[in-house]
Ligand binder design. Sequence first.
Ligand SMILES: Nc1ncnc2c1ncn2[C@@H]1O[C@H](COP(=O)(O)OP(=O)(O)OP(=O)(O)O)[C@@H](O)[C@H]1O
Ligand SMILES: [Mg+2]
Length: 243
Amino acid sequence: MSFKCGSCGYSSVKWAGFCLRCSSSDALAPAGSGAAAVNLSEAGDSASMQRIRTISEVDRVLGGGLVAGSATVIGGEPGVGKSTLMLQLAGAVEGPVVIISAEETASQVSDRAKRLGIDAGAITLVSESSVDAALEAAIAVDPVLLVVDSLQTVSCAGVEASAGAVSQVRESASRLVRAARHWGVPLILVSHVTKAGHLAGPKTVEHLVDVVLSLEGDPRLGLRFLRPLKNRFGRTEESGVLE
Ligand SMILES: Nc1ncnc2c1ncn2[C@@H]1O[C@H](COP(=O)(O)OP(=O)(O)OP(=O)(O)O)[C@@H](O)[C@H]1O
Ligand SMILES: [Mg+2]
């Protein structure tokens, strides 16, 4: 079952009282079955998919860049450099990027960008923990890349659990993945990996996303390793080394 906006055609698997895309105040109406049947000989292959280029070492690990409309989870322990890498990717892609962060303020992110020598002119930070509100703000920017830092700090209204709990992480991820797929924008979800394990880690959403990456390395060493654990669009043999 899906729902469609009568004004702009936006479709959503969740009913809403207004359109998340054009803000039309008319409620989304039930759409037809929408089941897609495609003969495989007419289907495009992964080589023909639109890829968004980032930094060369990451693109190599991904098998040629981020696929439009795909969802990637990047997991790593606290302080390993996830937010730094996201900013580097955001600075490298061509076009506007939205970073949804409930974790860091705009001035923190802008300071880091300056330190890294990244031109942040095309980066918009959405400091918001509500998934729906953040998506609404993001769509207004019409980004070529959407980053959520982190999955454990955003939440969905209507889910009776605090941010970071399994049910909250699953619902947030699934709403974000659907939105990205619908807009055709690549989505990167940053996920904390904690040894204690009371936060839901990247394993919780592995089945919901196309690509799972693990960022590893000793924070005291200059090197980080990016390992693909799952890749629907490429191989998982190639690891990347980041300085
Ligand atoms: N590739 C790198 N080489 C050297 N230092 C790095 C690298 N990436 C990040 N750092 C440093 O490591 C520290 C932590 O980085 P960052 O905040 O990006 O990590 P994080 O994984 O997002 O952490 P958190 O789990 O707290 O969100 C920062 O001081 C940053 O300058
Ligand atoms: Mg961080």
